[in-house]
Design a protein around this ligand. Structure first.
Ligand SMILES: Nc1ncnc2c1ncn2[C@@H]1O[C@H](COP(=O)(O)OP(=O)(O)OP(=O)(O)O)[C@@H](O)[C@H]1O
Ligand SMILES: [Mg+2]
Length: 272
């Protein structure tokens, strides 16, 4: 039977955690000490549990801040991602990207693929991991980003806006290829990407292959220069597969066209 933690020590621990401004650890302390008293946790495990509670709270707060300031449209994480549905994605590559070492090397990530295959999901999950890690992140669709650059240019503070947008360690630029871009818009985007080149990481998603980017940006030469910078230090995740959004519709269609004359006797198709 483990010795119980004396009251005076409990009080000192509470004071220390409050002094260090560790509310997550403070809140978890009583329950952890109860487990220590009951012999369920060893001393080392208890220290780990106290620190883990604080780290969890810190990460939640970082995420909340990032959700506001980075304008992330949703919470999507790697653990929510069903890799069995998208077998062309190499799990090891995504696990490795989520260690975030690419941020220190200022490398980029490009997710390519048709609609609904998880490009935005995975881009956001990288942004969330980076935010929890304490990095500044920013999310925008290409169309919104260009609008904000055009507005800044018209208001005469483009340089300031560009400087602000170079700052985030990770910027997600989503949906390249869906909406047409003006020539000026494309030039402004090029300026931003040139400034971020070798300075901070950018995660891009596109439904168009690189060979079509000339058309997307309305300028082959500029698109080539953009791709050149982008790919210099870059991880490409090329997803070839079906839309997750259409998954249920496809399951229904498959059932309807099922040739089995006695479907009621068959075992139920396994649901995901
Ligand atoms: N493999 C998956 N596992 C779990 N959820 C998924 C998976 N793939 C996609 N989703 C979900 O399906 C929806 C569509 O995915 P997402 O928005 O990432 O697609 P996309 O490739 O960005 O498509 P689009 O090109 O149309 O923007 C999202 O809600 C996403 O969370
Ligand atoms: Mg998307």
């Amino acid at each position: 039977m483990a010795a119980t933690v004396p009251l005076s020590l409990r009080d000192r621990l509470r004071t220390q955690l409050a002094d260090l401004k560790m509310p997550g650890a403070l809140e978890a302390l009583d329950e952890i000490l109860r487990q220590v008293d009951g012999g369920q946790l060893a001393a080392g495990e208890a220290i780990h549990a106290v620190l883990h509670s604080q780290i969890r709270l810190r990460n939640q707060r970082r995420l909340q801040t990032a959700m506001r300031s980075a304008r992330l449209p949703a919470v999507k994480t790697l653990s929510d991602f069903d890799f069995t549905f998208q077998p062309t994605i190499k799990r090891e590559q995504l696990d490795s990207l989520h260690t975030l070492s690419f941020l220190d090397r200022k490398e980029n990530v490009v997710f390519l693929g048709p609609p609904g295959v998880g490009k935005t999901h995975l881009a956001i999950s990288l942004a969330i991991a980076a935010a929890e890690y304490g990095r500044r992140v920013y999310y925008a669709t290409l169309a919104d980003l260009i609008t904000s650059l055009e507005e800044a240019q018209q208001a005469g503070h483009l340089t300031r806006r560009l400087r602000t947008l170079v700052f985030p360690s990770l910027m997600v630029i989503d949906e390249i290829g869906y909406l047409p871009i003006s020539r000026t818009g494309a030039q402004l985007f090029f300026q931003l990407m040139s400034r971020r080149y070798e300075h901070a990481s950018t995660v891009l998603t596109s439904n168009k292959g690189f060979e079509e980017w000339g058309e997307v940006f309305g300028d082959e030469t500029m698109a080539a220069a953009l791709i050149d910078r982008l790919l210099h230090h870059c991880h490409i995740v090329n997803i070839r597969g079906n839309s997750y959004r259409m998954r249920q519709h496809r399951d229904l269609a498959l059932r309807r066209s099922d040739p089995d004359p006695e479907p009621a006797r068959r075992p139920r198709r396994q649901e995901r």
